[in-house]
Design a binder for this molecule. Structure first.
Ligand SMILES: NC(=O)c1ccc[n+]([C@@H]2O[C@H](COP(=O)([O-])OP(=O)(O)OC[C@H]3O[C@@H](n4cnc5c(N)ncnc54)[C@H](O)[C@@H]3O)[C@@H](O)[C@H]2O)c1
Length: 385
């Protein structure tokens, strides 16, 4: 099959820039797609970061240190941008105004004001397709939950819990990086860093928090600065957000948590939904398993824990008996973005990447959470435009 080539530029060649390169390099993993990304240009302020690409990615024809040069490169159709949060607004707006499609990293702006600037650029340039990176909903177990929600299986929803927990910052000897500084990561701290992953499905399901009471904590107060001294950790390590969701016909509590310091958790993303007729949960801690509990009045309450087959949104060469992992979810997300760039509304499967509107929704929640932390009050969230 002749595949349509989508020529990408990558701005920010760190951890996530490389993940995209890896996904693009194993595109043959996808069984039946007629589109393919090709990384033709890269840009990083640090030349050592682009060197990895020029050495490992044969399609790269140009390496820049100034992203404006990459945006002027006519061979680039679309951009993946994975830079620290303080740079999102300026660089995303310039990408959009250059007429390039964009998969941007979360949180889509360091704060609500920066996010609003990006939103305005989108309104001014409706021809570009812009999506926000969020890969965990592409795990087969998460896709199963999406299907159950779409089928209205749950009855009256009793409560929802969703979270994303890390523990890499439990080690106080870890050298400080940009994610611990307000200037580069923002006042949201762990919410900006991890929260879009947690809110993606609830917002997609229409479960917008009407209010939030936040408990934010700073646990490791300072870290080595890498130069022999200590530096203050300025950002929130952990966040617990107790929300009330009101939909047209339901009202239920939803607890969202983002934690950088959750002992025993490396990269645990989860969602649990309890309902009067059906309950379900999926966690990347047990990536093969999805649990469900159907209930009829007076009946047995028994969890069914099934090994979720390797059944991804886009078919792959991997047999159904094998396991799905983080890099598979990244590949699936990239397939969804490239599918949308190729086919618009006629995607091969219906689950699209997180939208800028969904990212903007996450900013409403994080901004209200900061106010709740400051005041100690429950803060209402206004979803009107
Ligand atoms: N989707 C995910 O699972 C996931 C995981 C980690 C990080 N992220 C997001 O990805 C983004 C980057 O995070 P990361 O962990 O890859 O960071 P990183 O520090 O590994 O990489 C960022 C890169 O941006 C470069 N950079 C800085 N200023 C630049 C500029 N002006 N022009 C070009 N390049 C510049 C840095 O030199 C660095 O190489 C953030 O928005 C973060 O929230 C997403």
């Amino acid at each position: 099959m002749e595949k349509k080539q989508i020529r990408f530029g990558v701005i920010g060649c760190g951890l996530m820039g490389k993940e995209f390169a890896s996904a693009a390099a194993r595109w043959l993993h996808l069984a039946d797609v007629d589109f393919q990304p090709s990384i033709v240009a890269v840009c990083d302020a640090n030349p050592a970061a682009t060197q990895w690409f020029t050495e490992h990615v044969p399609s790269v024809q140009a390496a820049y240190s100034d992203y404006k040069e990459l945006l002027a490169d006519e061979s680039v159709d679309a951009v993946y941008c994975a830079v620290p949060h303080n740079l999102h607004a300026q660089i995303y707006v310039d990408i959009i105004q250059a007429g390039k499609h964009l998969l941007g990293e979360k949180p889509f702006g360091i704060d609500a004001q920066a996010n609003a600037v990006i939103e305005q650029a989108l309104r001014d340039n409706p021809g570009v397709i812009v999506r926000c990176s969020s890969e965990f909903p592409f795990f087969p177990g998460a896709q199963q939950i999406v299907q159950w929600v779409n089928e209205n299986r749950f009855g009256r929803i009793i409560e929802v819990e969703a979270g994303f927990w890390h523990s890499s910052d439990l080690d106080p000897t870890k050298v400080i990086n940009w994610k611990r500084r307000i200037a580069t990561n923002g006042e949201y701290g762990c919410m900006g860093d991890l929260g879009m992953h947690v809110l993606h499905l609830p917002i997609r399901f229409g479960w917008k928090p009407a209010n939030v009471r936040a408990l934010l904590s700073k646990i490791v107060e300072e870290r080595p600065d890498g130069k022999g001294g200590q530096a203050a950790c300025e950002t929130w390590d952990n966040a617990i957000l107790a929300c009330e969701v009101e939909t047209a016909d339901q009202k239920f509590p939803m607890v969202l948590s983002t934690k950088r310091i959750a002992p025993g958790h490396a990269n645990t993303w989860f969602i649990r939904i309890q309902g009067t007729e059906f309950s379900a949960e999926f966690t990347t801690k047990n990536p093969k398993q999805v649990a469900s509990l159907p209930y009829a009045p007076g009946g047995v309450q028994a969890w069914h824990v099934a090994d979720a087959p390797y059944k991804s949104a886009y078919g792959t060469i991997t047999g159904g008996i094998f396991e799905f992992g983080f890099s598979d979810s990244i590949l699936q997300m990239w397939a969804a973005f490239c599918d949308e760039l190729t086919s618009g509304g006629q995607m091969q499967q219906p689950f699209r990447c997180a939208t800028p509107e969904e990212a903007a929704g996450s900013h409403r929640v994080f901004t209200a959470a900061l106010e709740s932390q400051r005041t100690g009050q429950t803060v209402a969230i206004d979803w009107r435009d």
